[in-house]
Design a protein around this ligand. Structure first.
Ligand SMILES: [Zn+2]
Length: 143
């Protein structure tokens, strides 16, 4: 199930699937579901009892970061981790985060007909995500 989803997303992104690890020892919070390494080789997932929309969203988001690292690294210029940002808005306004959230939002619409609520994100961040979705749609992603 999860492997099939990862393969589907990687084929959309046209990348070789990264390795999957369930080692979450370096996750910063209890609620964190997914992460990737800086080289784009591995995604780390927190084991779930059931596959929730948040989990799918997190996987799609991290796979998009893998794609960024491998093929569009300019999106990661001056990238700061959440600890290096003054607040979550600053973090979420970074081009890499906007792009990953836009991509994951498109995945949820395309695969599950679900519209993520972007809980806790400011109107400014959500507007940037929507702008990026329009750009990616115009470029023919998910057609
Ligand atoms: Zn991210």
């Amino acid at each position: 199930m999860i492997n099939e989803f990862i393969e589907d997303i990687c084929s959309i992104l046209n990348i070789v699937p990264p390795q999957i690890s369930y080692d979450t020892s370096h996750f910063q919070t209890e609620t964190m579901l997914a992460a990737c390494d800086n080289e784009g080789r591995t995604i780390f997932l927190r084991r779930q009892d059931s596959m929730t929309p948040d989990f799918y969203f997190g996987i799609a988001h991290e796979l998009r970061h893998v794609w960024q690292i491998r093929t569009e690294s300019r999106l990661l210029d001056n990238y700061k981790t959440s600890n290096q940002c003054e607040n979550s808005e600053m973090y979420n306004l970074q081009p890499a985060e906007v792009d990953a959230n836009a991509f994951a939002t498109m995945v949820m619409a395309d695969f599950f007909h679900i519209k993520p609520l972007h809980d806790g994100m400011s109107d400014r961040v959500i507007a940037q995500i929507h702008k990026r979705i329009e750009e990616l749609s115009a470029n023919g992603l998910f057609e």
